[in-house]
Design a protein around this ligand. Structure first.
Ligand code: NAD
Length: 330
């Protein structure tokens, strides 16, 4: 049994808790035994975040702490699941690795390549597993697109558009609004589409990015014969519901995903909807970490080298928008 402690119980942690419960109910071999947050009042509070409802769920049988040190001292944990604000990821991951624990940490891996290096060195020295929660790599609505690209089912790719739109999250003490703490939209919302771009197409040849204020960023990633445009936007109104999507033009079809519905518009014949098996992406990323721990499998889905490369590429995105969208050759 892999016993987890969850660190940080704000907005996204509630999805992680639900994912732990799903695996436990399946009898998979992992269990969430403790949760830590410095704000005890939120242990019983449902939240509404920019992604929708973030409910507490059943807390029976889970030990609650307001100090990480106390939780680590009192619980016999095998692993932690870090859902802290982004600027805390590196130091907390290193602390837990040094205590001999395996670590799942939310994206972004860290706010600098140098911090990613520190995390990787700590994981190696401790001989523990460290994995970053880039949940879209476990999301069928994107995996179905990966299959189409890899199999060349509709021929070559000619143009790609990704979008991720919603209201701006606030977070504990408004940390999302402080670029020193969140890294800005480029290290937060945008990193999902940047990572998906690399997952689907490998390393881009160039990047050009424009940031409008601090709530909107448009980045173009260049490949041989096509480019990927990402539009990531936190300026949605209070009543606008978060949405994500893509549009990919192939030789023989245009494929559109709009909030989970994948539609193929072929050159010949009627448009049709693609059925894909739904799965809980948060549960699947946790399952994958557990399999690395128990079965010794290698992380070939989102290796640490890859999650670090996301951060290095984000630094290039920043260099580009600070220079009015200058094309940065990579
Ligand atoms: N994968 C995704 O789709 C996704 C979505 C949203 C957020 N995230 C990431 O998840 C992370 C958390 O984001 P969030 O929106 O849940 O933030 P949040 O502010 O809602 O939650 C963070 C929690 O950490 C707690 N905390 C702060 N310092 C602590 C400490 N020393 N010990 C214990 N608890 C402490 C706060 O009280 C707060 O409840 C961020 O890195 C964010 O980028 C990922």
């Amino acid at each position: 049994m892999i016993k987890f402690g969850l660190i940080g119980f704000g907005g996204i942690a509630r999805s992680h808790k639900a994912a732990h419960t799903r695996l436990e109910n399946e009898g998979f071999g992992s269990k969430l035994v403790a949760i830590c947050d410095i704000r005890p009042e939120i242990f019983g509070q449902d939240m509404e975040i920019n992604l929708g409802a973030a409910n507490v769920g059943n807390m029976n049988g889970i030990n609650l702490y307001t100090s990480v040190d106390e939780m680590l001292a009192k619980e016999d944990l095998d692993a932690v699941d870090i859902c802290l604000p982004s600027y805390m990821h590196a130091d907390m991951a290193i602390k837990c690795l040094e205590k001999g624990l395996h670590v799942m940490s939310e994206k972004p891996m860290a706010l600098s390549t140098a911090d990613c290096d520190r995390m990787m060195a700590a994981a190696k020295k401790a001989d523990r597993k460290l994995m970053i929660g880039l949940c879209l790599r476990f999301e069928p609505m994107y995996l179905v697109l990966k299959d189409m690209i890899d199999s060349k089912k509709f021929g070559e790719v000619h143009n790609v558009y990704f979008e991720r739109l919603g209201g701006m999250p606030t977070g504990w003490e408004r940390w999302y609004h402080d670029p020193e703490k969140s890294g800005g939209i480029e290290f937060d919302l945008h990193i999902h589409d940047l990572d998906m771009t690399r997952f689907l197409f490998g390393e881009p040849k160039w990047v050009s990015s424009v940031k409008n204020g601090y709530k909107n960023i448009n980045t173009r990633f260049g490949y041989d014969g096509f480019s990927v445009m990402t539009v990531d936007d936190w300026s949605g109104s209070n009543t606008f519901k978060f949405k994500m999507g893509y549009r990919v033009a192939f030789d023989d079809a245009t494929v559109v995903m709009d909030n989970g519905v994948v539609t193929v518009f072929p050159n010949v014949g009627e448009a049709y909807t693609v059925e894909y098996g739904k799965q809980d992406r948060m549960a699947e990323e946790l399952r994958y970490l557990c399999r690395q721990i128990t079965d010794g499998i290698e992380n070939t889905v989102n290796s640490l080298e890859s999650t670090k490369a996301d951060i290095t590429l984000t630094e290039k995105v920043r260099e580009s928008y600070l220079n009015n969208g200058k094309v940065i050759e990579l």
